[in-house]
Design a protein around this ligand. Structure first.
Ligand code: ASP
Length: 399
């Protein structure tokens, strides 16, 4: 699908403009900014509206285009290899960086207890994959069960050969129509992003800045780690596999990354991510249609890195020394916690209980990092989405 030059410039420039204006209005005119919140909600709701049908159609059609279970199995294997290795690399980076940089000389104490964190077990990650009622899961916008069901449906449909062709054809028409809806929604993206950013910043910018100061070393470690992973490690992997300039690819993903930052949700950004990867970078739809929905739910490099840094930080403020075995546990459970986190705002904060439990750290530690989490969440979501898009480009190479 060709993008008109007007749209080519309108979107990146419009999003950047909406973004900057959102920050200015949010900080300097908080009252006015809170009146703009609804614009962000409207944008978010429009994106969420199409996620479930888009996920189903893109996965089923992707499998249909592959044509056989062998190709699906082979690609699936490489997708998981890419997901797990980049997630682990990211956690390792977070751990080493934190050991190297430390947490400076400010040691905040865990005092207030604002939320009672939800206890989450590792088995819940697997249980959450299978819905007891697929329509119930879809109506609640639960992406992972929708993906599992779509893979099963697409996989069994291709085993029916010619009989299924007509259904695949109808599904392709529907998918194209949904992508057209994405394009319509995107016209509204700059205003929606302005509403999201202005509304969020207006909430309590003073408290945010105070807490950011108190947690500056923790935030620095997360942000430096995310930057290194997103702009050095992932581009390097891209270059190794594709021998092409990774940064021009990342530039094409700008609108998806901007949406990820503004919505703090890999899932809500999914329609835009699919659009960027397929239509701007010309990645085949059978690859993008499968790798991206899966990636949005289970491949979260940014979240994984953040989980590890946060756990080490909570150990530091709670005066709990971490030996090699504890670090190993943090490494493994951060990987799992990132896989288990849904692609929604601050999901990583909930799955962090898995990491904290594994090394006996106080769950109340989460309340300490809560106030600045909305900001770190946006940054890690952008890196999560970046990891998915780079994965789609690499997997597309495999036939
Ligand atoms: N908000 C993140 C995402 O949607 C998940 C998280 O780390 O909280 O990718």
């Amino acid at each position: 699908m060709n993008i008109s030059p007007w749209k080519k410039f309108y979107l990146p420039i419009g999003i950047l403009f909406g973004f900057l204006l959102g920050i200015i209005i949010g900080f300097f005119f908080p009252l006015f900014a809170s009146n703009l919140k609804w614009l962000g909600v409207l944008f978010l709701k429009s994106l969420k509206m199409i996620i479930v049908p888009l996920v189903m159609l893109s996965i089923i059609n992707g499998i249909g285009k592959m044509g056989n279970l062998q190709t699906l199995g082979k690609k699936g294997f490489y997708v998981f290899l890419y997901f797990i290795s980049t997630t682990m690399l990211s956690v390792l980076l977070g751990i080493f960086l934190t050991i190297f940089l430390g947490f400076g000389d400010i040691k905040p104490s865990i005092t207030e207890e604002k939320v009672k964190p939800i206890q989450l077990q590792i088995v819940d990650i697997f249980l959450n994959m299978i819905p007891s009622n697929i329509f119930d899961a879809m109506s609640k916008g639960e992406i992972l069960p929708t993906i599992v069901f779509s893979i099963l449906l697409g996989g069994t449909m291709i085993t029916q050969g010619e009989k299924a062709e007509e259904v695949f054809r109808i599904f392709s028409v529907l998918e194209e129509a949904i992508i057209k809806i994405v394009h319509l929604i995107l016209w509204f993206a700059p205003i929606g992003i302005l509403g999201l950013i202005a509304g969020k910043i207006s909430e309590d910018s003073d408290k945010f800045l105070r807490d950011l100061f108190l947690l500056q070393y923790y935030a620095r470690n997360v942000l430096v780690g995310l930057l290194i992973h997103g702009f050095i490690v992932l581009p390097f992997i891209y270059f190794i596999f594709l021998k092409k300039n990774p940064y021009s690819y990342i530039k094409k993903m700008g609108v998806a990354l901007g949406t990820a930052f503004s919505t703090a949700s890999s899932s809500a950004s999914l329609p835009v991510t699919i659009d960027c990867v397929e239509n701007k970078a010309n990645i085949r739809s059978e690859t993008a249609g499968i790798v991206l929905p899966l990636g949005a739910t289970i491949n979260m490099d940014g979240t994984a890195l953040y989980e590890a840094v946060a756990a080490i930080f909570i150990a530091y403020v709670s005066n709990v020394p971490l030996d090699f075995y504890s670090m190993l546990l943090i490494f493994l459970t951060s990987t799992l916690a990132a896989i288990g986190a849904a692609g929604i705002p601050e999901a990583g904060l909930v799955t962090m209980t898995i990491v904290l439990n594994s090394v006996g750290l106080p769950l109340e530690g989460i309340t300490l990092i809560l106030s600045i989490d909305w900001f770190l969440d946006r940054c890690r979501t952008a890196i999560n989405v970046l990891g998915d898009t780079i994965g789609a480009a690499i997997i597309d190479r495999i036939d």
